[in-house]
Ligand binder design. Structure first.
Ligand SMILES: Cc1ncc(C[n+]2csc(CCOP(=O)(O)OP(=O)(O)O)c2C)c(N)n1
Length: 640
């Protein structure tokens, strides 16, 4: 009898026979779906199959309650082996096998070419190789923080062991002593271009071992041995364990075995028939699936939408003109408030050796268990944070903009695709990074996320708005980035002389704020430059020219009301510490185009990388301080 939870050290003979029987059938299913779709990855699916079968039948998961909180998490990192994963999940009862075979890789089907989190039983969408172990580390950390008894299994390929992110994840898992994390590496020795040993030799066992993991090597097609190794890994309470599964690509079909060609193509009809004859698989399956493919694609029960997190926002802090504060310090203080006012909420901060600069050191003091030091391993940190957030932890990844966004663009993209809930907090954005110079100037903190569909971006203008935005973003579902500069900033005052974002101001995503009103035009601004823009308007006012200042904090969600007002202005100057093509000006131009408004909309953003230097001096040099903004406005006004 197959039992869940790896409660016995060995599989009994009946279970072994049963799994072997199923493996034969599922090999036929893998070939049928890839032949019908005329694409897909049968080779690796067949080499990893016994690992998939053992895990999906024996881990603590439940096809009836696929999203049950305390379940084990199985991450398949080599997402191209989706035929094998779907076949094993179907065999374990998650959905009918016929549906997978018929609708694999079909338009509108959830059974995509690479494993997709919408499919019940798939915990993390992968396909961009090298990210799965990080996701697994994230799930293991989440289990620890939430006190859930879940174990995490990550199945990986040997080809992806080339990736640096795998090493980052290995080290973090060992350092954090994630003993409930088990990796299974399908060592089939083959990848697209030939033998792994020729393409990029990696001593997988030695690498895991050197980083502090236990290593067990097994015949990856022997279900008894695979089970025994995984059960032994669970018993190791000293360190995480990697099970190295020696396998054969295309296992089970003589002409596919060991052949790179079958890494990524479906079989021809003739090959299919020969393969089925070897497997004893009924070729009529293909015809049946072909007919069924014409029927409507069914949608299995998708991941439930997450409700808004119940979080006490605590008491907002109001900063005053007496003392300039940097936005990053305001974020750090609000984060500590959140941690202290919500002791029961599992919270984590992923740090990449920048805590004192990105102001998460306060959090580390009040919540040491939630402070995860990932070292200079940003790719790993980004994915770990994503997976932790998907497992119910309020997970922040705090970093410099250039590392938390530009360095890990594809990891943030995958966090988006996986509909995770990560909260990314980036400081040192823009030219305001100051003396560190070009390499550290992240001037696409809005532009990068403009290319993704789920990310929200918040760019607060002063410490008061930062404080309120942090409290709001913590409870906001989905992926949210908060982008700040580095310098101390003046508190922005409204026309009444009171802090514009102090007191009762409540941050609302998509809502712009008017700091000044005027006739001659509008300065549209965000973030670091907002204070300078207001000062510029005051300078112009002292010369008798009144200018409105509209402060945007959600540049990817423009405020229709404010934009309608702006569209009627004789001149709009967009002042931003961001690359001029892809930031606030782009959002405003997009809004005008979509709303068929014609407007004199002039960019005033960063046009090239700047040198090192004090931020104030750099801004003065490129006309982005208050006098520079005022001068540009005057120049444009006079050029009408
Ligand atoms: C980051 C990344 N780079 C490149 C690819 C393209 N790619 C897909 S599979 C593959 C070979 C991987 O080898 P392995 O996973 O060992 O494959 P298998 O054993 O299934 O043949 C490559 C390079 C990818 N998916 N992700």
């Amino acid at each position: 009898m197959l039992a869940r939870g790896f409660v016995t050290p060995e599989l009994d003979d009946d279970s072994v026979a049963e799994l072997e029987r199923r493996a034969r059938i599922l090999r036929g299913a893998i070939l049928t779906m890839t032949s019908l779709a005329n694409s897909g990855h049968p080779g690796g699916s067949m080499s990893s199959l016994e690992c998939f079968l053992v895990l999906h039948h024996c881990a603590n998961i439940d096809p009836v309650r696929p999203h049950w909180d305390a379940r084990d998490r199985i991450v398949v990192s080599h997402g191209h082996t989706s035929p094998g994963v779907y076949a094993a999940l179907a065999d374990a009862g998650f959905f009918p096998l016929d549906d997978v075979i018929a609708h694999f890789r079909q338009v509108g089907s959830p059974f995509e070419g690479h494993v997709e989190r919408l499919v019940p039983g798939v915990e993390w969408g992968t396909g961009n190789l090298g990210q799965g172990l990080s996701a697994g580390a994230g799930f293991a950390l989440a289990a620890r923080l939430t006190g859930r008894p879940s174990r995490t299994f990550v199945v990986m390929s040997d080809g992806e062991q080339h990736k640096g992110q795998v090493a980052e994840a290995r080290r973090l898992a060992a350092k954090e002593n994630l003993i409930d994390l088990t990796a299974l590496v399908d060592l089939n020795g083959i990848q697209i271009s030939g033998r792994t040993a020729d393409i990029m030799p990696v001593d997988v066992a030695a690498d895991f071992s050197a980083d502090g993991w236990g290593v067990i090597e097994v015949d990856g097609h022997d279900v008894r041995a695979v089970y025994r190794a995984v059960a032994a890994a669970a018993d190791d309470r000293e360190r995480p364990v990697a099970v190295i599964a020696h396998t054969v690509i295309g296992k089970g079909v003589s002409f596919m075995e060991g052949e790179p060609e079958f890494h990524g193509r479906g079989l021809t009809l003739d090959e299919y028939e020969r393969a089925c004859a070897e497997l004893g698989y009924d070729t009529a399956s293909l015809e049946r699936a072909c007919a069924k493919r014409k029927s409507a694609v069914l949608t299995p029960h998708l991941h439930p939408a997450r409700p808004r997190r119940v979080l006490a926002a605590g008491t907002a802090r109001t900063y005053t003109r007496e003392k300039d504060t940097d936005n990053r310090s305001a974020w750090g203080a609000a984060l500590v408030d959140l941690a202290q006012t919500n002791p029961a909420v599992p919270m984590a901060v992923l740090d990449c050796d920048l805590a004192t600069s990105v102001k998460t050191d306060g959090f580390a003091r009040v919540r040491p268990g939630g402070f995860i030091q990932a070292g200079v391993g940003e790719h790993n940190a980004a994915t770990v944070a994503g997976a932790m957030s998907a497992a119910g932890v309020l997970a922040f990844h705090a970093d410099f903009g250039v590392f938390g966004i530009d360095e890990v663009y594809n990891q943030q993209r995958l966090n988006d695709i996986n509909e995770s809930e990560v909260k990314l907090v980036v400081t040192h954005c823009g030219v305001d990074v100051g003396e560190d110079g070009k390499t550290h100037q992240c001037i696409d903190y809005v532009g990068a996320f403009r290319n993704m569909f789920g990310w929200k971006v918040i760019v607060p203008a002063d410490p008061n708005q930062t404080d309120r935005a942090v409290r709001e973003m913590a409870g906001t579902p989905g992926c949210v980035a908060l982008a700040m500069g580095r310098s101390k900033l003046p508190v922005i005052l409204g026309a009444d002389g009171e802090p514009l974002f102090g007191g009762d101001y409540r941050f609302e995503y998509g809502r712009a704020s008017w700091a000044r009103a005027g006739e001659a035009g509008v300065i549209l601004t965000m973030g670091t430059l907002a204070g300078a823009a207001v000062e510029a308007a005051d300078l112009l006012a002292s010369e008798g020219v009144t200018v409105g200042v509209c402060v945007v904090s959600s540049p990817l969600e423009m405020d229709d009301e404010a934009m309608t007002r702006i569209a009627g202005a004789p001149l709009v100057l967009v002042a931003e510490d961001h690359g001029w093509r892809s930031g606030l000006w782009a959002s405003a131009a997009e809004w005008m185009a979509l709303h068929r408004r014609v407007c004199r909309l002039v960019p005033h953003g960063v046009t090239e990388y700047q040198s090192s230097g004090a931020s104030a001096e750099l801004f003065a040099r490129i006309g982005m301080d208050a006098p520079g903004i005022a001068a540009r406005f005057t120049e444009l006004m006079e050029a009408r």
